[in-house]
Design a protein around this ligand. Structure first.
Ligand code: 16G
Length: 241
């Protein structure tokens, strides 16, 4: 019992504290994308931490895609947006973690009866209501992706509940998805998509479909996205069985 009330038990581990501190520094843009982080040894000395602690904190941020390492050249704040495929995060969370300012511009936010295609994608009965969001996703002024999302109205009854982040709106209703299936394919961006993303027609893009589920198996969202291929890296950690 005494162990449980010990203050030390509530202190996050040193490497987790350092990881948060480095993330804050990046979020505040004290180190810009592309710039190098001080070396492991310098950080350890400066902060009077062990090198093991520093290494663990940095490894965590590399795994998250916030930092990248080039052999012999050191550790950098990532320039391209590196998105781990195995983490169910939102656009807003991904950008904030990199010190960028996520924003959406909607061209459509409505409610309607599910179409046959949508009812298959979301596993819904014909006739039920869905909300639809169609938007361009920005980091500040720079467009990064186009997204078309369908959500059952039973999960989110009003599209106006989504101010900027869908996942925040879902979280507020206790409907944050726990699991998702995602398919990614290479595409050439058509004229319309290219114009919205401020890139030349025919530029490389990533077409991604995400079906996200609640614990009970109900589909929460079906989103089709077009991400800019010149900015995004999707990475996954692989393991043998
Ligand atoms: C990401 C998801 C998308 C989800 C959105 C929510 C991918 C490929 N897609 O863009 O499915 O709807 O995040 O972001 O990662 P939000 O909460 O910022 O609206």
């Amino acid at each position: 019992r005494r162990l449980c009330s010990d203050a030390a038990a509530h202190q996050p581990l040193a490497y987790l504290r350092l990881r948060r501190a480095i993330r804050n520094v990046i979020e505040q843009r004290a180190i810009e994308p592309g710039q190098t982080l001080p070396s492991e040894r310098d950080l350890a000395q400066l902060l009077t931490l062990s090198r093991v602690t520093v290494r663990k904190a940095i490894a965590g941020l590399v795994e998250e895609g916030v930092l990248t390492q080039r052999h012999g050249a050191g550790t950098f704040v990532a320039e391209r947006i590196i998105k781990p495929m195995s983490r169910l995060t939102s656009f807003t969370e991904d950008l904030r973690a990199r010190g960028l300012n996520p924003r959406s511009e909607f061209f459509e936010r409505d409610v309607g009866e599910v179409t046959p295609e949508e009812s298959m994608a979301l596993n819904l009965s014909p006739g039920v209501q869905v909300i639809r969001l169609h938007r361009v996703r920005y980091a500040g002024d720079e467009p990064l992706a186009i997204e078309r999302t369908v959500v059952p109205a039973s999960v989110l009854p009003d599209p106006m509940l989504v101010h900027d982040s869908l996942y925040e709106a879902l979280e507020a209703r206790g409907c944050r998805p726990r699991r998702a299936l995602q398919r990614l394919r290479a595409v050439l961006l058509n004229a319309r998509h290219a114009r919205l993303l401020h890139v030349p027609t025919g530029s490389a893009g990533l077409n991604i479909e995400r079906r996200a589920f609640l614990d009970d198996g109900r589909v929460v969202e079906f989103t089709t996205s077009w991400y800019r291929g010149d900015i995004y890296d999707f990475v996954a950690e692989l393991q043998t069985d």
